[in-house]
Design a protein around this ligand. Structure first.
Ligand SMILES: *C/C=C(C)/C=C/C=C(C)/C=C/C1=C(C)CCCC1(C)C
Length: 262
C-alpha cells in the first residue's frame, strides 16, 4: 500500500499543475506565432502545437487521476480505490514522440522522398521505443523492467544514431547562423530524451516505495516540459531565422524567391 507524506503528495500535485500550465502556455504561443513563419515551416509549428496540446490534455488527466487516487488519513496520503493511472503517460508518448522527431525533420527543409523516408524511420523507431517500454513500466519484477527497458533501448539508440550521423549531411546545407541552433536542438533532444531511461531505472536501484514514485513522476514531468515546450521553442527559433533568411516577411502577401545557393 503506497503511503505518501503531505509534502511528497503536494510536490507531485504541484509539478503536474505546473506542467499542465506550461503545455497550455506553449500551445497558445505555437498557434499564435505560426504566422511569423514562411509557409513551408508552419507544419513544424502545427506539430509543436499538437505535441503540447496532446500532452496538456494528458497532464490534466494525470493530474485528476493523482488527485483522486489518495485519501488523507492521520496526516498521510494513502493510495486507494483504482489508484493512480500511469498509462496516460505512455499513450501520450506514443502520440507525441513520433511528432517530435517529425518536427525536427520538417524544420530542416528537406523535400520529397528523402523527407518522407527519414520521418518514417524516425517516427516508427520512436513509436516502437514507447510501446516496448510500457510492459516494463508496469512490470512488478525488477528483471522484467530491466529486460523491456533493454529492448526499448534498441530503437532509442537507432534514433540517436540517425540524428547524429545521417542528419549531419542535411546540416551541412544549413546556413552559418542556423547550424549551431540545429546542433543545440539536437543536444537538447539527447539530454532530455536521455533523461527518460534514467528515470525509468530508478526502481532498479535501491529506491523503493513512496520516494521512487515521487522521483519518477517529478523526473518525467520535468523532462516533458523541456523535451516538448523547450524543444518546440528552439524549433520555432530555427524556423524563424530560416524564414527571414529566405526573405519571408510576416504579413506580406507574396513570398520572394529564395536566394541563390539556398
Ligand atoms: C514528450 C515525451 C518524450 C520526449 C518521451 C521520451 C521517452 C523516451 C526517450 C523513453 C525511453 C525509454 C527507454 C530508452 C528505455 C526504457 C523505457 C523508456 C520508454 C522510458
Amino acid at each position: 500500500m503506497l503511503e505518501l507524506t503531505i509534502s511528497q503528495y503536494n510536490l507531485v500535485y504541484n509539478i503536474f499543475s505546473f506542467t499542465f500550465a506550461a503545455m497550455l502556455g506553449s500551445f497558445v504561443f505555437f498557434v499564435l506565432s505560426r504566422n511569423n513563419l514562411a509557409p513551408k515551416y508552419r507544419g513544424a509549428m502545427v506539430m509543436s502545437a499538437l505535441v503540447v496540446g496532446i500532452a496538456g490534455y494528458h497532464y490534466l488527466r494525470i493530474f485528476e487521476s493523482w488527485s483522486a487516487a489518495f485519501v488523507l488519513v492521520d496526516g498521510m496520503f494513502i493510495e486507494e480505490g483504482v489508484g493512480f493511472n500511469d498509462a496516460y503517460r505512455y499513450v501520450d508518448w506514443a502520440l507525441t514522440v513520433p511528432l517530435l522527431v517529425a518536427e525536427l525533420v520538417a524544420v530542416i527543409g528537406l523535400t520529397g522522398k528523402k523527407k518522407g523516408w527519414l520521418t518514417f524511420r524516425l517516427a516508427t523507431a520512436a513509436l516502437l521505443m514507447v510501446v516496448l517500454g510500457y510492459p516494463g513500466e508496469i512490470a512488478t519484477t525488477v528483471s522484467a523492467r530491466a529486460i523491456w527497458g533493454a529492448i526499448s533501448t534498441v530503437p532509442f539508440v537507432y534514433i540517436l544514431f540517425v540524428l547524429f550521423t545521417e542528419m549531419n549531411s542535411a546540416l551541412a546545407n544549413q546556413s552559418e547562423k542556423v547550424r549551431p541552433l540545429f546542433r543545440n536542438t539536437r543536444l537538447l533532444l539527447l539530454a532530455t530524451w536521455g533523461f527518460y531511461p534514467i528515470v525509468y531505472m530508478f526502481p532498479l536501484f535501491e529506491i523503493t516505495g513512496a520516494g521512487v514514485v515521487v522521483a519518477v513522476q517529478v523526473g518525467y514531468a520535468i523532462a516533458d516540459v523541456l523535451a516538448k515546450c523547450g524543444y518546440g521553442f528552439m524549433i520555432y527559433n530555427i524556423a524563424k531565422i530560416k524564414s527571414e533568411e529566405e526573405g519571408y516577411v510576416p504579413g506580406a502577401a507574396a513570398v520572394p524567391a529564395p536566394a541563390a545557393g539556398d
